[in-house]
Design a protein around this ligand. Structure first.
Ligand code: NAP
Length: 284
């Protein structure tokens, strides 16, 4: 076993085992298991696969799920009505709207209709605002999954220089916020960033969140850096040139088996928290 490996497969299983145990105890005490509702709009094959994986993961820990499949032609108003129904249902603890929605849908309006208490995917404007203010809320699953990996392996971001490459609202931007909360000094990079190579070269923590295969080159990596690769491109390739970069790193996430499995584990964890009427505990 490579001592530098941040093993997301192993940690996600550990988290799922503890969730399953807690649900067993809830059920033994006469309570209903938590329930996650998933909404899939349209027929995007990748989205169908992601939703199926999430539903399967729910069942694997004894959680209930409600899978809602809406046609490609669904309007924003129709989708909002479905979300309203789930918000009002006391037996639904989490709502996941699979991204991307068909183009006619106002996706931001749909995400923001999800009540804060059921936003277990951490995608609403309000959740992001609270996270940015350091107030308890549910966190975006992939960034929080990366933070849990750092914590599991005793890696503190405090005082470190971090480069986050990619600033999407569900990934790069909240990851930069979380690392900032944990006292790292963060440079959030994007397609208009000048001198990216140099910024990465100075980073103790590098987050790949670009969506371009092996975009971050091994030659840019500072010796001893921690590499977190959220990228998932066809052929099981991440956003960091990890096969070469891992030799230079102190720790790295593999693709697959790194960040990906953590995303689903966090989704389940936050659904359990919601069923227990609390948000995700503070980071520090
Ligand atoms: P996205 O919405 O397409 O965002 C990509 C980001 O990369 C944008 O901020 C973009 O900058 C930036 N970028 C593009 N070209 C760049 C360049 N040449 N230099 C620097 N930055 C550049 O993608 P996403 O949804 O965040 O996903 C990113 C990757 O993570 C994908 O591979 C996706 O599959 C993966 N992902 C994995 C999980 C998981 O569960 N493991 C979850 C979500 C996403 P601009 O803002 O300037 O356009």
């Amino acid at each position: 076993m490579d001592p530098r490996l941040l093993d997301g497969k192993k940690l996600s299983q550990k988290i799922k085992d503890s969730i399953a145990e807690e649900i067993r105890q809830m059920v033994a005490a006469g309570k209903k298991p938590p329930k996650l509702a998933t909404i899939l709009v349209g027929n995007n094959p990748a989205s169908e696969t992601y939703v199926s994986m999430k539903v399967k993961a729910c069942h694997s820990v004894g959680m209930l799920s409600e899978k809602i499949e809406l046609p490609e032609s669904t309007t924003t108003e129709e989708l909002l009505k479905v979300i309203d129904r789930l918000n009002a249902d006391p037996n639904t603890h989490g709502i996941l709207l699979q991204h991307p929605c068909p183009h006619q849908i106002d996706e931001r309006a749909a995400f923001d209709r999800i009540s804060l208490q059921k936003d277990v995917d951490g995608v609403t404007t309000l959740s992001f605002g609270k996270l940015s203010m350091g107030v308890e809320t549910f966190l975006p699953c992939t960034p929080y999954g990366m933070i849990l990996l750092l914590r599991e392996y005793g890696i503190s971001p405090e005082g470190k220089q971090a480069a986050v490459v990619g600033r999407s609202p569900i990934l790069g931007k909240p990851m930069a916020m979380l690392l900032t909360e944990m006292n790292a000094t963060v440079t959030l990079c994007h397609s208009k960033t000048k001198g990216l190579e140099e910024i990465v070269r100075n980073a103790d923590i590098v987050v790949g969140a670009v969506g371009k295969p092996e975009f971050v080159k091994a030659s840019w990596i500072k010796p001893g850096a921690v590499l977190l690769d959220a990228g998932y491109n066809p052929g099981n390739v991440g956003d960091i040139e990890i096969s070469k970069a891992k030799e230079i790193s102190s720790y790295y996430t593999p693709v697959p088996g790194g960040v990906g499995p953590m995303t689903i584990a966090v989704l389940l964890l936050q659904t359990l928290y919601s069923a227990k009427d609390h948000f995700t505990p503070p980071l520090k």
